[in-house]
Design a protein around this ligand. Structure first.
Ligand code: ZN
Length: 83
């Protein structure tokens, strides 16, 4: 099957692991603070608030990345799967 317009493949948020893409939990993604992958709206919001409070968003994000590799223990967001 060939279709002229392929929908963009969903990617996983670097912060919480949800799928990001049209039709998924987060329709739009933003580049991660360090440019490695993308983050969803919730994570972006959380990180920017954390930065305002004087925390290092990159440090937070890297902690989340570690969690994603070992489970979903301490991420502030529910892991949700669509489809
Ligand atoms: Zn996220």
């Amino acid at each position: 099957m060939k279709s002229p317009k392929r929908p963009p493949k969903p990617v996983r948020c670097e912060g919480c692991g949800i799928l990001v893409g049209p039709g998924y939990l987060s329709e739009q993604g933003w580049p991660a603070p360090d440019g490695q992958g993308i983050i969803c709206w919730s994570c972006r919001d959380y990180l920017s608030n954390a930065a305002k409070r004087g925390r290092d968003p990159l440090q937070l994000l890297n902690a989340w990345r570690r969690d994603l590799r070992t489970g979903f223990g301490t991420t502030p967001f529910l892991y949700s799967r669509v489809g």
